[in-house]
Design a protein around this ligand. Structure first.
Ligand code: PRX
Length: 681
């Protein structure tokens, strides 16, 4: 798929969106907002770069203040706050004990409505984190710089474990709980983790999911790939009772609640880390089959998420803030755990699905806890709108601020969010960013900028976005032409590198537009991999990925990973995966496979392909359709033409196909798909 093609695809989608009008932020919000003075943009202007980011770093407690704000001598391996020393856990927990000891740090809301909501104070969090840190150090033998893989669902034990790791300087790598054993194993291997922490079970969609049973196959697969997991620790959803059928292996598997009994009341001194030491790894999909880990720093990352939590999320100490993302994704790391806790906020963790048991669940939770900042994805907004378009009006929740993140939001869904959920009283902030960027890149500053449905805002303070065409020329504001969005400058939240693969880091994010011989950061724009347009008001509209990545419900899946899963089914000869728009999830994968000679196409093969995808990646990657086809459209050099398949799947004209090696197959596939999707051949 060439870059131009996909940007053009995005532009076609965008053409359905007319330019929307500005809507001023509600005065009730502006009256209390942290930032209402546009002088912030002077403070963060290019002439004040990089010193402007001191303002964010000064939100933290440093054991040793840094001497150099930005060391850009070896682009693109930029280092922030060089010489600074701090501990992320100490910043998120210990330092709040003075003023906020009895304040709720987290509310945990179980999916079962009959189960009580748990309020964990900063003091209790401190105790629990210390005990877990003592266990990780003394029972697991972990020390600073070691990696550990967490495969935990949305319960309090996830942030507690993350913070315990941060306290020791152990690098955590949390794998989204919906991912399969196999996906978890690859990440264990890539990070060389000796310890896996998981949970026996959790509630989701009304079911108690046996999560613990993924552990043994995870460990077995990691061993096959050469990494021996020495210990598996199982948190138990209900301490004292095991809700998993997983066999427990003596010497290797342990119940955390039992082990912790030994560490009651233990305290662990926070390890003093360098600003550029690694805090965590977060895997994400890219253009090749292998997921890559964004390696995030301690000082720069924490400063950036604290700063953006304050200025973009507008979290004040008295707010009750609820981000509905999963802590297993970057949004949860940055804007459920590290950012809000660095500000001593109260952050909500909800175990289950938004519409369980009905479309009013979220609004009941919001009412009960007095949530006033709400943060979710367009997929959730679409699903809530479909499940109960009038439901929010029946509840008395009152939001001041609502965020959206992860995918483009269509103005229709935006307006429902604004009118029904926010009751025209809450400012909406559409935040564009990525796993790799640590925190927000483009968004409106909510007390200053008007909102514009369907567009993320301009660059947030200190971020200077630019849109380049294929040749590296800047596309001016107001141009109807889309291009590749880049960020001209380094910023503290950006990942340090890709874990174990500096060359891939440079190649993926910089080689496109950099001047390789230059040591001036201005010659090293960060290439985000999204197509975008910038309107004349400076607002950016993101059109979607330009690489082989499908954004399903705000989560990146590599088409190559899905294709590789298909090819593990012995009957499959070739596979190609393309993205198709989906009303709720934004996009879904459509899978095209040709079978080995002599194999007949039957439902059994399709079922095996679906099972392989779910088994190797997770249910999130479930395809919309699996098309068993006689052949895939190819160029004469044998390259599969995914562009043509996308057109077929979306009912568009595949364009000129006469140069293909097998043009006749296009009509055949078109008829097959049209018949199934629309009922007409
Ligand atoms: O394509 C963009 C889309 O999600 C990608 C990043 O995905 P991930 O690394 O999983 O991080 C998701 C949470 C930050 C981007 O490259 N994306 C993210 N936010 C938006 C968006 N697309 C449009 N509008 C957004 N607000």
């Amino acid at each position: 798929m060439s870059k131009i093609d996909v940007v053009a695809d995005g532009a076609i989608i965008a053409a359905h969106w007319r330019e929307e009008n500005h809507i001023p932020p509600p005065s009730r919000f502006v009256g209390q907002a942290y930032l209402t003075d546009a002088a912030v943009f002077e403070r963060f202007a290019e002439e004040n770069f990089p010193e402007c980011f001191r303002e964010y770093a000064d939100l933290l407690d440093w054991k040793q203040y840094w001497h150099t704000t930005l060391d850009s001598s070896r682009p693109p391996f930029f280092k922030w706050f060089v010489g600074g020393k701090l501990n992320a856990c100490q910043n998120c927990v210990d330092r709040h004990l003075g003023r906020h000891r009895n304040k709720t740090a987290f509310y945990f809301v179980p999916e079962q409505e009959g189960e009580p909501i748990v309020a964990l104070t900063y003091q209790q969090l401190y105790r629990r984190v210390n005990e877990v840190a003592a266990m990780l150090r003394d029972f697991c033998g972990l020390k600073r710089g070691d990696r550990i893989t967490l495969h935990l669902p949305m319960t309090l034990e996830l942030p507690i474990t993350m913070l315990a790791c941060a306290r020791l300087g152990v690098i955590h790598s949390q794998v989204f709980s919906g991912f399969s054993a196999s996906a978890c194993a690859h990440r264990i291997v890539d990070s060389a983790s000796r310890v896996l922490i998981t949970m026996d079970a959790y509630h989701r969609g009304g079911k108690l999911i046996d999560h613990g049973k993924k552990a043994a196959p995870t460990v077995a697969e990691a061993a096959k790939e050469g990494v021996e997991v020495e210990k598996v620790l199982f948190w138990r959803r209900y301490p004292g009772q095991c809700r998993s059928e997983a066999p427990i292996l003596k010497q290797r598997d342990f119940f955390v609640d039992e082990v912790l009994a030994e560490y009651r009341g233990k305290e662990v001194k926070p390890e003093i880390m360098d600003a550029n030491d690694t805090l965590f790894l977060m895997y994400t999909s890219g253009t090749t089959g292998k997921p890559k880990a964004a390696q995030h720093s301690t000082g720069g990352y924490l400063a950036y998420v604290a700063g953006t939590s304050k200025y973009i999320e507008d979290i004040h100490p008295q707010d009750v803030y609820w981000c509905m993302a999963d802590v297993g994704w970057i949004t949860g790391h940055s804007y459920i755990v590290y950012g809000p806790l660095a500000l001593a906020a109260t952050s909500v963790i909800y175990e289950g699905v938004p519409t369980f048991p009905d479309a009013g669940r979220l609004w009941r939770i919001a009412e009960e806890l007095g949530v006033n900042i709400f943060h979710t994805s367009p997929t959730a907004i679409r699903a809530l709108r479909r499940a109960g378009p009038d439901t929010p009006a029946k509840y008395n929740h009152r939001f001041k601020h609502m965020t959206t993140v992860g995918e483009p939001i269509e103005p229709e869904a935006w307006r429902w969010y604004w009118e029904m959920v926010g009751k025209r009283e809450a400012v909406i902030v559409d935040t564009w960013w990525q796993t790799e960027t640590g925190g927000h890149l483009c968004a409106t500053v909510p007390g200053i900028h008007p909102m514009k449905p369907g567009s993320a805002g301009p660059g947030v303070p200190g971020i200077y976005p630019v849109i380049f065409d294929e040749n590296g020329s800047q596309i001016p504001r107001g141009s109807p032409v889309a291009g590749n969005i880049c960020i001209r400058n380094p910023w503290p939240g950006r990942m340090l590198t890709i874990w174990g693969d500096d060359a891939r880091f440079v190649r993926t994010y910089y080689s496109r537009y950099c001047k390789p011989d230059s040591t001036d950061w201005r010659d090293w724009p960060y290439f985000a991999g999204d197509g975008a347009l910038q309107a004349s008001d400076g607002y950016i509209r993101i059109l979607g990925r330009i690489d082989d990545v499908i954004n399903v419900a705000g989560h990146r899946l590599g088409t190559k990973e899905l294709e590789a899963a298909c090819l593990t089914v012995p009957e499959v000869a070739e596979a190609a995966v393309v993205a198709v728009p989906d009303e709720i999830k934004g996009a879904m994968p459509d899978v095209y496979v040709s079978l080995q000679p002599g194999v007949s196409a039957d439902d059994g093969v399709s079922r095996n392909i679906a099972a392989a995808i779910i088994d190797q990646i997770g249910p999130i990657a479930r395809p919309r359709f699996i098309w068993l086809v006689p052949d895939l459209p190819k160029t004469r050099s044998g390259k599969i033409m995914r562009r043509v398949l996308t057109a077929i799947s979306t009912g568009r004209d595949p364009g000129d196909v006469t140069t293909l090696a097998n043009p006749e197959v296009v009509e055949e596939l078109r008829a097959l798909v049209a018949e199934k999707v629309t009922g007409v051949g």
